[in-house]
Design a protein around this ligand. Sequence first.
Ligand code: 5GP
Length: 127
Amino acid sequence: MPVSGRGPYDPQNIFARILRGEIPCRRVFENDVALAFHDIAPQAPVHVLVIPKGEYVAFADFSAQAPAETVAAFFRAVGEVARALGLEDSGYRLLANMGPDSGQEVPHFHVHILAGRPLGGRLVAGP
Ligand code: 5GP
């Protein structure tokens, strides 16, 4: 069920619960600002989610409200995860859904890292 992508932040969303350790995840990376873990329903051989530790619903509030150093550290973490997973030669796709038309389902900002096979030229499904 798509979410709005706008606040208020719901502290009971599934990624908030993963951050609090209430729900397990297959963690691949963690530092002060970000946590990365395998998607529970992978859509590619490599499908990892990178999330900030702060409370941001989607890219909209993260990009507008997070401190500049947090934004920089977060995207450095995304790159570090991809590098650590050995994806730089074969390549990877980054994706961030925001709001209803994107199909965003979890109201905590996250970046998908998709890789492990040619991902095709289409960026969106349907007509
Ligand atoms: P969105 O559609 O919001 O961009 O992506 C949410 C992603 O979170 C989906 O790819 C979905 O499979 C994944 N996901 C939902 N619940 C869980 C969970 O409990 N654990 C993990 N690891 N991934 C989840």
